[in-house]
Design a protein around this ligand. Structure first.
Ligand code: ASP
Length: 571
């Protein structure tokens, strides 16, 4: 028998019991003839004491031992530990396994480098942080499965080995041994399969599913990630938003005991105009103010020729008074984009300091200060240039300032829906349209009139869920008529032949009475990361890839031997 109890279980009421425990050695305190040792397992830590005479060899950290002993009351109690009122007086020790010296300590605040932790991930998982994150992940998955099952969804698995198509992100491809010169692609998402399930009459589907995209990995993006993928029949946009708002509220309420406010809905265009991004962080203010009319009215030279002039006001910005410290906030941004912007600081004595003296002077400062109804201590940032660049730059400035001035309350969650997203965006480099969401997204009925001739004016029935500036989910109502689907493919530059070879199975399915349907997918790694307020998505994945897309523990990706390459006809 390895144990009668686990290492987190024994309490004062157990004093006097004879027990057997197994665990890894966390700490050893040697008082000459007496040893105090903490042993640890999944459940917790228990202190054991024994005399030197019980040892045949010296013990080291992370040796795995089994002990027999008696529960006794601890003299100096440790109330930080669940088992801190007792200890075990050991009568027998067996060493179940030895351990090499550790590359890093198994403690909450890690002393291991990321590389070392990733190479020895199994040791990292012994740390409370990673272990508790995995437990949390499990709880959230369970809650999702229970909630959706109760609401009539069924979980259906869809294939991972599918076909490569040129739409969407880059796919990973897998050579087929049996079919010489042919390749599978790893599924980027179950999009078409979930739609086929709706055509197959499944009313509500979900799946917690691995998706694969051959993109550059980052601290908030993995090449192999987990989605909660959902689809429902006979729904319109509002049905989906109402249901999934309820779902997200349920998760936050049950996991964090947080009651979320109703989610605002903002059109894509308004989000871009007000925040310069389609994933705005609305935990703080600083909405954009467009200044073109003012600039024209006051004939402010130099700026007058710009396509867009747009600014934000940072109220009561007391800590920044000199040219240098205002500029220092922007160091990071300047590296990203040596962009067109200037700032004006209104000082308590009602004078200004300002940047870009080549075209800004005191008179211009007063115009802007007055227009923004600024008070002493306020700081203005104004960017200008082409619309897209000017907005993008001001968005970065807004975030940087909010971080610098600690304007973001990290404990609150502010979700919102972004709606009315354009169906297409023009891709200059390929000289053709690209779907903003994906090619199966339905246009809005009222914009169908533009579909043939002015597709850039068509808005789609797609929606994104954004929480605290991060896109957590996105979805759409789908096209369910073959004719419209084909027009979309045509706009995306697909030839008849390409449509036929890549998508005929699907457009054909649409002709057998496909129901109206729509859905959404959430990035679960990101959602859990956000709920737990961690910076690094890898802390919630048992065996993540590093920021280079590698698994350095198993050494993947790796080269193949010549024989294997030959077998796959790759040599
Ligand atoms: N398949 C989409 C994605 O992965 C989500 C959806 O439209 O439901 O982004």
């Amino acid at each position: 028998m390895y144990r009668t109890h686990n290492c987190g279980e024994l309490r004062k009421k157990d004093i006097g019991k004879k027990v057997i425990l197994s665990g890894w050695i966390q700490n050893i305190r040697n008082f000459g003839s007496l040893f105090f040792v903490d042993i640890r397992d999944y459940f917790g830590i228990t202190q054991i004491i024994f005399s030197k005479s019980l040892l045949t060899i010296s013990l080291e950290k992370e040796f795995l031992i089994r002990i027999n002993g008696e529960v006794i009351e601890r003299l100096s109690k440790n109330y930080n530990l669940n088992t801190g009122e007792i200890e075990i007086k050991v009568s027998k020790i067996d060493i179940l396994n030895y351990s090499l010296p550790l590359p890093f300590s198994i403690i909450d605040k890690t002393d291991g480098s990321e590389e070392s932790r990733m190479t020895h991930r199994y040791l990292d998982i012994r740390r409370n942080l990673i272990k508790n994150n995995l437990i949390m992940r499990h709880k959230i998955f369970l809650m999702i499965r229970n909630f959706l099952s109760m609401k009539g969804f069924i979980e259906v698995e869809t294939p991972v080995l599918i076909n490569h198509t040129s739409e969407g992100a880059r796919s990973f491809v897998v050579p087929s041994r049996n079919h010489v010169g042919k390749f599978y692609a790893l599924s980027q998402s179950p999009q078409l399969f979930k739609q086929l399930l709706m055509i197959g009459g499944i009313d509500k589907y979900f799946q917690i599913v691995k998706c694969f995209r051959d993109e550059d990995a980052r601290s908030d993006r993995q090449i192999e990630f987990t989605q909660l993928d959902c689809e429902m029949s006979f729904v319109n946009e509002n049905d989906v938003l109402i249901f999934f708002e309820y779902f997200i509220k349920h998760i936050f309420n049950n996991i964090k005991n947080i009651k979320l406010e109703p989610f605002p809905k903002i059109s894509y265009f308004d989000a871009i105009k007000m925040y310069g991004t389609d994933s705005p962080d609305i935990r703080f203010g600083m909405k954009f103010c467009e200044l073109n009319n003012l600039v024209h009215k006051k004939e402010i030279n130099y700026l007058i020729k710009q396509e867009l002039i747009v600014g934000i006001k940072i109220k009561k910005c007391k800590c920044f008074y000199t040219y240098d410290n205002i500029n220092s906030i922007l160091d990071n941004i300047k590296k990203l984009n040596n962009g067109n912007f200037f700032w004006i600081k209104y000082l308590p004595d009602k004078t200004f300091i300002y940047s870009n003296k080549s075209f800004i002077n005191k008179e211009i400062c007063s115009i802007f200060i007055e227009y923004f109804q600024s008070n002493p201590d306020d700081l203005l940032f104004i960017s200008y240039g082409k619309k897209k660049e000017a907005r993008n730059l001001l968005h970065k400035i807004r975030l940087e300032i909010a971080n610098c001035l600690h304007l973001i309350n990290k404990k609150i969650f502010k979700p919102l829906w972004i709606k009315d997203i354009p169906l297409f965006e023009w891709e200059e480099k390929n000289n053709r349209y690209k779907s903003m969401h994906h090619p199966f997204t339905s246009p809005k009925e009222e914009d169908l009139q533009y579909l043939e001739k002015n597709p850039e004016n068509v808005r789609s029935k797609s929606y994104d869920l954004v929480i605290n500036g991060t896109e957590i989910g996105s979805g759409s109502i789908r096209i369910y008529k073959k004719k419209i689907q084909n027009i979309i493919f045509k706009h995306l530059g697909l030839s008849k032949k390409e449509i036929e070879s890549n998508f005929s199975f699907f457009t054909k399915a649409l002709t057998y009475g496909a129901p109206p349907h729509g859905g959404i997918a959430f990035g679960l790694d990101r959602l859990i990361n956000l709920i737990e307020g961690d910076e690094d998505i890898k802390n919630f994945i048992a065996f993540p890839k590093n920021n280079d897309g590698k698994d350095i523990m198993i050494n993947a990706p790796s080269s193949l031997e010549i024989d294997k390459l030959k077998e796959l006809y790759l040599r």
